[in-house]
Design a protein around this ligand. Structure first.
Ligand code: MG
Length: 364
């Protein structure tokens, strides 16, 4: 670990990986470790003999988010399961370094209200939003004309639509630039991830969706850009490595040295940009539509996508069907407001069960 004198890890949480959390506990000596999966937590109790106290389940996560010793919480949970930790950290006035974009996508109004109410602060860890945050530092919001999110395009960018129906989970998981978890990698291949990031940027920076654009940039060196009313454009460039946005959100408002290899632009040689074609990127189009309709539509977008991606990974549906399924679930949805955690939970559960039902009914 770099900068051991700057940081002290007081709690660690994971889903179900007993071995990894033990290895990290031995390295970082936290006071508490937590596995959300109850069976895995029981396994951990049997396998671990170190000094950290073991917590389990979502209650354990909430306890970690409330620890007096913690002033900063990094939430990197995947999916809507991360929302309760986001809300717990904000309610407990922690600075929240947010990598769980689904909190803002699926429950933007709730999280935004919690940020306003809490004395805590939300720092974006998602690389594009961390880049925008850095470009916006020292700037006035009313002098911003638009935000431009870069997308690598994923492994299939430029492939004709008819070839996409046959792609396998293994091909879709082979992202050309970033090593990430399975869901976000598939979401990158469909461009749904970029659609989520448009919604995330809206809630983080309080800008209308029409002023948030997406551009394809296969090299993933420019992490995002901000255009100002005078025509100036600020961009953030850096190595393609998630440790950089994590470090910045941990060190903000300072910067700390890092051991990352410096950017060698002469060696990279070429930075290319292409329009993101919504006709080819169906999921991006669906995300803009759900964003524009607002209220519970983005919640449904996220829940249906979570189920569709999971079914694609289990080879129950084809790659091209992901968008169809989300579209059908959005069409069947009767919109409501998301003004409490229970509103979110019931819409999320509806979207997920409806997506499973749509998948089961296919072809019948
Ligand atoms: Mg991102």
């Amino acid at each position: 670990m770099e900068h051991p004198d700057e940081f002290n890890v007081v709690g660690l949480a994971a889903g179900s990986n007993v071995k990894a959390i033990i290895a990290q506990a031995e390295q970082l000596s936290p006071a508490f470790i937590c596995l959300v999966d109850q069976d895995a937590a029981s396994e951990l109790k049997a396998a671990y003999s170190g000094p950290a106290k073991i917590l389990a389940g979502n209650d354990g996560l909430s306890q970690l988010c409330a620890m007096d010793e913690a002033d900063l919480v990094l939430n990197a949970i995947v999916g809507s399961a991360g929302l309760s930790a986001t809300l717990a950290a904000l309610e407990n006035h922690k600075t929240l370094a947010l990598a769980n974009k689904e909190s803002l996508v699926a429950a933007g109004p709730l999280v935004s209200a919690a940020v306003k109410k809490s004395c805590g602060r939300l720092l974006p860890v998602d690389s594009e939003h961390n880049a925008l945050f850095q470009c916006l530092t020292g700037e006035a919001t009313d002098e911003v004309s638009k935000l431009i999110l870069t997308a690598s395009g994923g492994p299939f960018w430029g492939k004709p639509e008819n070839e996409l129906s046959q792609v396998t989970p293994a091909e879709a998981l082979n992202h050309p630039r970033w090593r990430m978890g399975p869901r976000v990698t598939i979401d990158s291949a469909t461009l749904m991830n970029k659609g989520f990031e448009v919604i995330e940027a809206h809630w983080l920076f309080d800008l209308a969706f029409e002023r948030i654009e997406v551009i394809i940039h296969p090299q993933s060196i420019v992490h995002s850009l901000v255009e100002f009313i005078d025509g100036s454009v600020k961009a953030h460039l850096g190595p393609t490595d998630m440790r950089l946005p994590i470090l910045y959100s941990f060190s903000w408002p300072k910067r700390l040295s890092s051991s990352l290899a410096p950017l060698d632009l002469a060696q990279i040689g070429r930075l290319e940009f292409f329009p993101a074609d919504p006709a080819k990127a169906r999921c991006l189009g669906l995300a803009y539509e759900a964003a524009r309709l607002g209220r519970s539509y983005p919640t449904v977008l996220n829940g249906a996508d979570e189920v569709a991606v999971d079914n694609f990974l289990r080879e129950r549906i084809g790659f091209n069907e992901i968008g169809n399924i989300i579209d059908t679930v959005l069409e069947r949805h009767e919109v409501v407001d998301i003004s409490s955690l229970s509103d979110f939970e019931s819409v999320d559960a509806w979207a997920k069960s409806e997506a499973e039902a749509v998948i089961s009914r296919r072809g019948k």
